[in-house]
Design a protein around this ligand. Structure first.
Ligand code: MN
Ligand code: MN
Length: 462
């Protein structure tokens, strides 16, 4: 009979934490990676800013703009900027394209408050913007926090004004008020969903009138200030895309600085590793692609979301340019749907199933299926593909774990995985465990971030 300890090591899963498995060189690399990521997160508060930050990173590594129909060559490095809101970056491998493309697809939109088409008003001598929230938020979390305004306004003459207010230390910020507890009796009796209704997410933008005449109110003053600085008039709001996001900077958390709090980890914490891994695996023989998609938080629709035809258009154009069979290219392509999962929260153990929840510092999380109820809306990756991906991680000593999004029947969620796998591509979800997902200030661990980067590198080289 074998010794039980020996047999246990041979047969059972050993729970690992990333910190125990990293050597000193990796710990150093992890810190450098985290510092680079924090800079990216602070520069990329919106999908448009994430595209810009992604392009800046790629340009340094020799990536060039690509247009549909362009010739491409082996070893060539390209990026396709889809309307400034989604990014497709790829390097052509030395092997035939028909062997398939290694794709990492993350999303760069995050829950936020968008301005309505007619946002500007005043009430009680305070100036406001009306908003319509985007993505799944707990509305009460967005009151009484510093907010910044980002986006673009396209003027009548077609010129585009880019706006970013509230990020610099000496910028003003914006604010949503909440009721004081002294007068909150009725509000506090409501459910958390109803305590702050969507129509109360109105943003305070100022409080002084233009002058004391009957025409010279706060609304006019706010518009005058915007006109002075950006040359815009009220009509321009009708077509503008202005997004209100938390003004917090990403910060290290804890005495040991092992965690990072930030806005929009979901899913820039996977977008950054996807781009970095592409840029850092030049030695791969495969054609490798990193996708930063828009609109995931609202169902991946629109021409910048993952359901847009542009994804297949690019693959088809590459197939034509390199003389490959497009259908074989799709069939042999492999994809990591790079998205976050809900980390086990010891403060709320009741929503997780502890044997199958991912944990902070457990490494990158492989999520075979998402969905809700009986896996409804899920990609549910095949055993063959999951085992293949896992073998690459084990080969390269990537610290990884499996995860389910909460208890069965507790809720659920989806990712871009189903939209890519429906194109006849093998896809599995992979990403970083997050605490307080979709909150204005989310939490992740440096070890999981670094493990995710290493997992994408292993996949690209696989
Ligand atoms: Mn996500
Ligand atoms: Mn999300």
């Amino acid at each position: 009979m074998k010794d039980a300890k020996e047999l246990k090591e041979e047969l059972l899963i050993e729970k690992k934490t990333a910190y125990k498995l990293f050597d000193d060189a990796q710990k150093k690399e992890m810190e450098a990676y985290a510092a680079d990521y924090i800079k990216f997160l602070n520069a990329a508060k919106t999908e448009r800013e994430a595209v810009k930050a992604g392009i800046a990173l790629l340009k340094k590594k020799g990536y060039k703009p690509y247009e549909l129909g362009d010739k491409v060559k082996k070893g060539g490095k390209y990026y396709y900027d889809n309307r400034g809101k989604a990014l497709y970056a790829f390097r052509i491998g030395s092997e035939p394209l028909e062997n398939g493309v290694r794709i990492s697809a993350a999303h760069i939109d995050s829950p936020r408050l968008d301005l309505k088409p007619n946002p500007l008003y005043e009430d009680g001598e305070i100036g406001y913007f009306k908003t319509h929230y985007y993505g799944g938020i707990k509305k009460y979390q967005w009151t009484t926090i510093p907010l910044s305004l980002h986006g673009v306004v396209v003027k009548k003459d077609g010129s585009k004004v880019e706006i970013s207010i509230g990020e610099k230390d000496d910028d003003p910020i914006f604010y949503i008020s909440d009721l004081l507890p002294h007068l909150g009796k009725d509000q506090m009796a409501k459910t958390m969903r109803e305590g702050i209704p969507g129509e109360k997410l109105n943003i305070i933008i100022g409080s002084t009138p233009y002058d004391l005449s009957p025409e010279g109110g706060v609304k006019l003053h706010m518009m005058q200030l915007l006109n002075e600085k950006y040359g815009i008039v009220e009509k321009d709001f009708r077509s503008a895309e202005l997004e209100v996001v938390p003004a917090f900077k990403a910060r290290e958390v804890g005495f040991d600085r092992s965690l990072i709090a930030g806005y929009g980890h979901d899913d820039r914490v996977c977008a950054h590793p996807a781009i970095r891994a592409l840029a850092d695996t030049d030695e791969s023989v495969h054609t490798v692609m990193a996708i930063l998609a828009d609109k995931e938080e609202v169902g991946s629709g629109g021409n910048t979301g993952m359901q847009s035809a542009i994804f297949l258009d690019i693959l088809e154009e590459l197939s034509v340019a390199l003389g490959a069979n497009f259908r074989l290219v799709k069939k042999n392509s492999k994809c990591l749907s790079a998205d976050v999962n809900a980390a086990f929260d010891p403060n709320f153990p009741e929503v997780h199933e502890s044997k199958n929840a991912c944990v902070v510092n457990g490494g990158v999380v492989l999520t075979k299926y998402t969905g809700s109820g009986g896996k409804s809306g899920s990609n549910d990756a095949s055993a063959e593909f999951c085992a293949y991906v896992a073998s690459l991680f084990d080969r390269d000593n990537v610290v990884w774990q499996t995860g389910e999004l909460g208890k069965v029947d507790q809720g659920g969620g989806g990712t871009v995985a189903i939209y890519i796998s429906s194109k006849n591509i093998d896809v599995v979800d992979l990403g970083v465990p997050v605490l307080s997902m979709h909150a204005p200030y989310e939490l992740i661990s440096k070890a999981d971030l670094y493990s995710t980067y290493r997992s994408f590198c292993a996949f690209n080289l696989g």
